[in-house]
Write a protein that binds this ligand. Structure first.
Ligand SMILES: [Zn+2]
Length: 108
C-alpha cells in the first residue's frame, strides 16, 4: 500500500477516524490520506493519534498490506488495552523506547 498524499485538513463536515472509529465533528483537524492500491484510489481520515499509531504498528508488526477500518482499535482490543488512542500511542512510544534500550532498566 502506498500513501499517495497525507495532509492535515480542517474538516468541513464530521468524519469517522479510519483507525479508531471515533467521530470527529466538523472543524476538527484530521489527516486526510489518499491511498492507491493497484487501480483503486480512496481517501481516509485519521485523527492525529491514529496518524502516528499506524506507522508505529506497521513498523512493529510489519503488516502494511491492509489498513482496515478500525485498524487501531482492533490492535487495542487484541492487546486488551483500555483507554484512548492517545494513551495507546504513549504506551507504544514507551514500548519502542524500551526495545531500543533493552539492556537498560524498565523505568517502572
Ligand atoms: Zn483515530
Amino acid at each position: 500500500m502506498t500513501w499517495l498524499r497525507s495532509k492535515v485538513v480542517k474538516t468541513r463536515k464530521k468524519h469517522l477516524c479510519h483507525g479508531c472509529q471515533r467521530t470527529f465533528p466538523k472543524g476538527s483537524k484530521l489527516h486526510s490520506c489518499t491511498n492507491a492500491d493497484c487501480s483503486y484510489i480512496w481517501t481516509i481520515y485519521l485523527c492525529p493519534a491514529c496518524d502516528e499509531i499506524i506507522p508505529i504498528l506497521i513498523s512493529l508488526y510489519g503488516n502494511d498490506d491492509e489498513i482496515d477500518e478500525g485498524y487501531v482499535i482492533n490492535y487495542m482490543n487484541d492487546e486488551n488495552f483500555k483507554g484512548t488512542p492517545e494513551k495507546y500511542l504513549e504506551s507504544l512510544k514507551r514500548e519502542i523506547k524500551h526495545d531500543a534500550h533493552e539492556l537498560s532498566q524498565d523505568g517502572r
